[in-house]
Write a protein that binds this ligand. Structure first.
Ligand code: FAD
Ligand code: S2G
Ligand code: ZN
Length: 481
């Protein structure tokens, strides 16, 4: 990515030597110290846009091993990058230079599950999809779902404060996470693994680590409140002629579907074309008419007939008032999955289409699509400008798809897109985090005083700044040189 080209490896950090390798093998055992071809995947992010040059990948199996590794790295001033499923999209999960990679994949035990309260305690390396399946058998659901569920880990979800497809219903991880166990840079284990819904005794420190992107500590255990699985889930795939109708449809959905609304996603016609042209086995259920916008609505309730009647009434009303120009209600689980595939498949189809510049923005809903229109005017026909995302959360995924990465294109996008967002008092990162990509852009969305306090907290908790250096905070405040 562009930022890496601008920064130098900090001379503060030691370089890995054979004693270090021997020490890691003593702690982890030979097998879980990796220096073979598996390093290549660990050094490159999901988009293959950010590539590091780490010479070692460590796979701890327990909190104690994480503690002993960090204590050692801290004493040696070896920089480290905590890694989960490596599905992050802002360059936060891979080394910039030769940082030691600590991947949590082996720490994937479910520790306890309370079938009455729905409180799950598990290790950070649990893959989201595995937790979804585990809970399904218990009659519960995870309070988040995202397209990366097959690889992302709950530790990475918490570290990035991942939003995803159900935030409109279950809220953010700041509300669902009840406790964390975190290992600090010096090896101290911070046990905040409470399972209480309410605990007002002192500062609620876990919130510092939710969204800290590996820069304040390594999350080793998570305690999370999981909602009961409800029996009636319905999906509708709708078409709108213009963006204003999408907004009005959102308001109408909140009003007339109310408590059963559980997802409200939108994608424009360019996104639909990219999906249809790059994924196999998908089709537009509202063809052959081409529409300008598509909306996926999911309801989750307890009474199938009641919910279906409510949804059908909403669809008929929206059709009559012209808010939607077409629509279809999934008749079975296959159709429901096919509708979700169209939405969840956008990132993968963009990846297959070529180079992609991703902007994950929070914006006032009424203004959101103006930016897509302005970007199209700015960039012309040589690239595809795609607008989609979690409209219910005011979260736009603006993706610019080009045949290949080209700094001339980047120069037309940045800083324009950040300035536009800042001028509309939006956020330059709604859910993906800041990572490496936006470490020096944080001032577009946070005041200097707030960023200064973040840097002070960072230096208090990680004085040698060995945890995920060059990420999240502006390099000017972090004295890497
Ligand atoms: P990684 O990518 O491995 O790491 C992400 C960050 O967290 C890094 O800074 C890393 O250092 C840190 N980290 C990882 N594990 C730990 C730990 N145990 N302790 C401390 N720090 C840690 N994101 C959304 O918010 N919403 C979406 O809807 C969404 N959809 C996606 C769809 C696709 C197809 C893809 C590829 C990605 C999507 N993402 C989405 C982005 C990404 O999946 C999330 O950010 C996810 O939470 C990252 O989890 P991970 O385990 O892959 O973490
Ligand atoms: C989604 C994936 C990231 C992107 O699909 O909700 O978070 O911009 C995104 O492709
Ligand atoms: Zn998203």
């Amino acid at each position: 990515g562009s930022v890496a080209g601008e920064i130098q490896r900090s001379s503060k950090f030691a370089t890995l030597n054979s004693d270090d390798v021997a020490h890691f093998k003593e702690i982890l055992g030979e097998r879980n110290v990796v220096q073979d071809e598996r390093l290549e995947a660990a050094n490159s992010d999901w988009m293959h846009k950010y590539v590091g040059s780490s010479r070692i990948l460590l796979l701890p199996k327990s909190t104690d091993e994480v503690s002993r590794i960090l204590k050692y790295c801290n004493s040696r001033c070896l920089a480290v990058v905590p890694q989960g499923g490596n599905t992050g999209l802002v360059g936060g999960s891979v080394p910039v230079f030769d940082e030691v990679i600590i991947n949590m994949a082996l720490m994937k035990q479910v520790i306890s599950f309370d079938k009455i309260s729905g409180i799950l305690v598990c290790e950070a390396g649990c893959i989201l999809e595995d937790l979804i399946s585990f809970l399904d058998n218990q009659g519960f659901v995870m309070p988040l779902d995202l397209g990366a569920k097959g690889s992302c880990q709950i530790g990475g979800n918490v570290a990035t404060n991942a939003g995803g497809l159900r935030l409109i219903r279950y809220g953010s991880l700041h509300g669902n996470v009840l406790g964390l166990e975190v290992v600090l840079a010096n090896g101290d284990v911070l046990d905040m693994l409470g399972t209480l819904r309410k605990d007002n005794t002192g500062y609620d420190l876990k919130h510092l680590f939710i969204g800290s992107e590996g820069s304040l500590g390594i999350i080793t255990k998570v305690s999370i409140l999981t909602p009961p699985k409800l029996s009636s889930v319905n999906i509708a795939f709708l078409a709108c002629q213009d963006y204003l109708s999408c907004q009005k449809l959102l308001l109408e959905a909140k009003r007339s579907l109310g408590e059963i609304l559980s997802a409200f996603e939108f994608m424009d016609s360019v996104a639909m074309d990219v999906v249809l042209n790059n994924l196999d086995g998908v089709r537009n259920p509202l063809a052959p008419t081409a529409h300008n916008f598509y909306v996926l609505i999911e309801t989750t309730g307890t009474e199938e007939s009641y919910d279906k009647e409510k949804l059908e009434k909403f669809l008929v009303g929206s059709m009559e008032s012209g808010l939607i120009s077409d629509g279809v209600l999934a008749q079975d689980i296959n159709q429901a999955s096919a509708f979700w595939r169209l939405r969840e498949g956008v990132p993968e189809s963009l990846q297959r289409a070529g180079a992609v510049y991703k902007y994950d923005l929070s914006l006032p809903v009424e203004k959101m699509y103006d930016l897509v229109v302005e970007m199209r005017a700015r960039l012309g026909e040589s690239v595809k400008v795609v607008g989609y995302g979690h409209l219910g959360d005011g979260n736009l995924h603006l993706n610019i798809s080009a045949p290949k990465y080209d700094d001339a294109i980047l120069a037309q996008i940045e800083p324009f897109v950040y300035e536009w967002t800042s001028n509309h008092r939006g956020s330059i990162s709604a859910e993906h985090g800041v990572g490496l990509m936006k470490a020096n852009k944080i001032f577009y969305s946070k005041s200097p005083e707030a960023v200064q306090l973040m840097a002070s907290i960072k230096k208090l908790v990680d004085p040698k700044t060995i945890l995920n250096p060059y990420k999240v905070l502006p390099h000017s405040l972090m004295s890497y040189s």
